[in-house]
Design a protein around this ligand. Structure first.
Ligand code: DAT
Ligand code: MG
Length: 141
């Protein structure tokens, strides 16, 4: 087991529905700690760059539109196997397929409004954390 950091985003649908606290509470109850956190209104260029791996997919334009539709909370979560632990707390991309008790099952309305983002690998975590935070912003306890 290794202590990892992962990039989490509480997306515009969850922020606008006042779910920040509910979602952060799930991370903390699962033993993950908040190592960095900031509210951001993403620009179109920032959203496109963040999701560059999906450019060309049919849902890309809608995804970017959604991600700039309101503020998001970007955060670094830290803990044992944080990358996979966060993916498990989030649940499947489509809330219809997400397991009971996951964030997406309990809160998300649709695949294109699915409340949270989480890095899916060590490489994506490193890239995504650096996309939003300087290393001096990340406080691992
Ligand atoms: P995840 O966010 O679970 O890592 P992903 O990386 O495959 O999922 O896709 C990024 C986001 O794009 C996802 O959270 C919501 C959106 N998305 C993915 N597949 C979609 C689809 N079939 N229709 C609409 N939006 C989709
Ligand atoms: Mg993904």
């Amino acid at each position: 087991m290794a202590v990892e950091q992962t990039l989490s985003i509480i997306k515009p649908d969850a922020v606008s529905r006042n779910l920040i606290g509910e979602i952060v509470s799930r991370f903390e109850k699962a033993g993950l700690t908040i190592a960095a956190q900031r509210m951001v209104q993403l620009s179109r260029a920032q959203a496109e760059g963040f999701y560059a791996e999906h450019k060309g997919r049919p849902f890309f334009d809608g995804l970017v539109e959604f991600m700039v539709s309101g503020p998001v909370v970007v955060q670094v979560l830290s803990g044992e196997n944080a990358i996979l632990a966060n993916r498990e707390l989030m649940g499947a991309t489509n809330p219809a397929n997400a397991a009971p008790g996951t964030i997406r099952k309990d809160f998300a309305e649709a695949v294109d409004r699915n409340c949270v983002h989480g890095s899916d690998s060590p490489a994506s975590a490193a890239r995504e954390i650096a996309y939003f935070f300087a290393s001096s912003d990340v406080i691992v306890r």
